[in-house]
Design a protein around this ligand. Sequence first.
Ligand code: NDP
Length: 458
Amino acid sequence: MAGHDYDLFVIGGGSGGVRGARMAAATGAKVAIAESYRYGGTCVIRGCVPKKLLSYASHFHEDFEDAAGFGWSVPEPSFDWTRLIANKDQEIDRLEGIYEKLLKTAGVEFFHGHARLLDAHTVEVGDKSFTAETILIATGGTPTFPMEPGWEHGISSNEAFHLEALPKRVVINGGGFIAVEFAGIFNGLGSEVTQIYRGPQILRGFDDDIRNTLAGEIVKKGINLIVETTIERIEKREKDLLVHLSDGSEIECDLVMAATGRSPNVHNLGLEEVGVALAKNGAIKVDEFSKTSVDNIYAVGDVTDRINLTPVAIQEAMAFVDTVYRGTPRAMDHADVPSAVFSHPPVGTVGLTELQARERHGELDIYRSTFRPLKHTLSGRDEKTMMKLIVAKDSQRVVGVHMVGLDAPEIVQGMAVAIKAGATKQIFDATVGIHPTAAEEFVTMREPIPGDQAKAAE
Ligand code: NDP
């Protein structure tokens, strides 16, 4: 620490920052952290956690309908948005308290306020300033809005968690994680939803079978999905909004939401002044050990725009602590990171898409199964599950696992262990299934799709 107030000062109290602060303190380092909004960060306060609670809420609509096929008579259900939001807020307050308690228990000093670097070792928070041997920046990201006129009347996911009432008619712009998830949430809760995407198919970057299957399923559920179209202008009217589209059509609605990506939070942190190099999109440039261009300054999580997921930020923070405080330098392995989209039905995926696998491994064996889940044989719901394994032909290693369907995120988490361990198709075949589950399909797919059919599915 040699003359500094702290060994480590962390800027940003989200998933990555809090984990880095706590784990560094556990090694005996003297640690402080500053957060300008609420401890817990995007994931806990206005991201993954509240989103999943709303997603659960929106699923009951179908659960009540599905119950009939199993002999239940459910009286006409009614839904209270205000109660849902109040209950959700209560849970988020509780989690925020837990985050602060964890910091306190770990012996981390924490500050509420915007922090900014005055030099490579000095941080200013409000009217105080502190020095530290090492700085960790974990300030996350912020939703971005398109540039077209009228977006001042739109909201982002930040505001979606605090709407006073459930909007009757919603337009969502985007085709990524947040757009797809919120389209499902509003649709399930009873809003009329139109999703506008500029490209030919939602979820760019995911396996095409996931994209096509999910698009088909959400349209069946009543989402009005409009692709290859953009919003040209949003007009505020006396009682509602009029959205003007690039194809000349117009949509009347009560809420327009931008889910068009997020940008790194680097504004007013003093980074340029201190010499921390930024990428073109503002992300902090780091090496494999999360070190920035300034020797004693590190950065983890969304602010570095590597893989913008909470568990990745946490692992990057753990690798940082191993490197700087445990004497065991380690780079986080960003390969085969599993992810999920909490759409209805949800998506789970790990490893390479078919397109990526062809580029990297050449010839492939593709196994794919599309079926009606057992639950829906009695519920009568027309919802399909799609499961897919991508196997490198020469090594027989399973290099991609993809699923759309009930419980896909829960199932694919386990599959991710197998992929990380380098499991071959023969190991999948030697694994006994759990019957009756959808998951067992991953260990009972026997015949690859004949070559030309697999290609036709691309
Ligand atoms: P994404 O990058 O996933 O998606 C942004 C979408 O907006 C894309 O469809 C993109 O189109 C489109 N888009 C971008 N700019 C414009 C524009 N100017 N006009 C019209 N459309 C535009 O971002 P999200 O905001 O959905 O989410 C941010 C990140 O947060 C995700 O990438 C993910 O890392 C994380 N996240 C993870 C979740 C999870 O794990 N379940 C849930 C929510 C967020 P195109 O595809 O053509 O570029």
